[in-house]
Design a protein around this ligand. Structure first.
Ligand SMILES: NC(=O)c1ccc[n+]([C@@H]2O[C@H](COP(=O)([O-])OP(=O)(O)OC[C@H]3O[C@@H](n4cnc5c(N)ncnc54)[C@H](O)[C@@H]3O)[C@@H](O)[C@H]2O)c1
Length: 273
């Protein structure tokens, strides 16, 4: 067995690939030699990520598809098969939250007033938005008996975080789904199909920048709480997630399935005292 991470010849599909964390993941996969399909909500954004990958010598394809639209995912799948012939790695990275689905700091927007459509939107994006792409893009893995699926969980999955009720519930469902799918693929298809999740700690990205920092760059009270509860005393940098991804998709993790790996500066280990 060799222990270097060489993904040459592998095809990796990354939903949310043009997002902040997604872009780092795509760069890492491309640098390890994979052909990367960057999926975004718009072709323009996906194309930007592809340009930065090809500029540094990688191979990538931009596609647009809503992760909640099965027909759009099927069309993307056909385009991937036409270009690369298969899918070896699926990274379900699309996700997000919105203020309307969160209680407000002073409870001015209470749980009792959260609109159903906002709650449904967040739950669907973060849960069905990983389940549906797995139905579409993991099919060739089942057919050839080989492949890797990585989901993106969150610190809100294991112990709920305040305010983010639908997001936390959806990410908890992602942990459950990761384990379910790991067992299903290993037992029904092949032990060489592995399913794991990465649970990032706190990274400043588009979806949370205004929740954790003020206009002047200082932390909001919630941002400060996060830093205070992260033993390493800071937010993570997107590139600090990449090593865990590359390990999980490589043969170095050949006996690893059904796990949720925190990359969190110690947040999940800390009881606050
Ligand atoms: N930033 C953090 O601290 C953090 C922590 C834990 C988990 N996460 C998770 O990491 C993942 C990436 O988030 P990010 O922080 O990079 O945020 P981001 O907003 O930069 O990226 C999210 C991506 O998902 C895409 N997306 C949203 N709705 C979509 C849809 N319906 N169809 C297709 N794509 C869609 C967006 O276009 C974007 O590219 C998400 O699942 C998020 O929940 C983030």
């Amino acid at each position: 067995m060799t222990y270097s991470i060489d993904l040459t010849g592998k095809v990796a599909v990354v939903t949310g690939g043009s997002g902040v964390l997604g872009t780092s993941f795509c760069q890492g996969l491309a640098q390890a030699g994979a052909s990367v399909v960057v999926m975004g909500t718009t072709l323009e954004k996906a194309q930007k990520a592809v340009e930065s990958i090809t500029a540094s010598g990688g191979t990538a394809l931009a596609l647009a598809a809503n992760v909640l639209d099965k027909a759009a995912l099927e069309a993307a799948y056909e385009a991937i098969i036409a270009e690369y012939g298969t899918v070896d790695i699926l990274l379900n990275c699309a996700g997000g939250n919105k203020p309307e689905a969160m209680t407000a700091p002073d409870n001015s927007r209470s749980f009792f007033d959260l609109p159903e459509d906002a709650l449904q939107w967040v739950f669907n994006l973060n849960f069905m938005g990983s389940l549906l792409p797995s139905q579409v893009f993991a099919r060739p893995m089942a057919e050839k008996g080989e492949g890797v699926i990585i989901n993106i969980s969150s610190m809100s999955a294991d112990r709920p975080l305040t305010r983010v009720v639908a997001y936390g519930a959806a990410k908890a469902a992602i942990d459950n789904f990761t384990q379910w799918m790991a067992v299903y693929m290993a037992k029904e298809y092949s032990p060489n199909i592995r399913v794991n999740a990465i649970a990032p700690g706190f990274f400043i990205t588009t979806q949370n920048v205004r929740i954790v920092t003020n206009e002047d760059g200082s932390f909001t009270p919630r941002g400060q709480l996060i830093v205070d509860n992260t033993p390493m005393g800071r937010f993570g940098k997107p590139e600090e997630l990449v090593g865990t991804l590359l390990w999980l998709v490589s043969d170095g993790a050949k006996f690893v399935t059904g796990t949720i790996i925190p990359v969190d500066g110690g947040f999940s280990a800390f009881a606050g005292v």
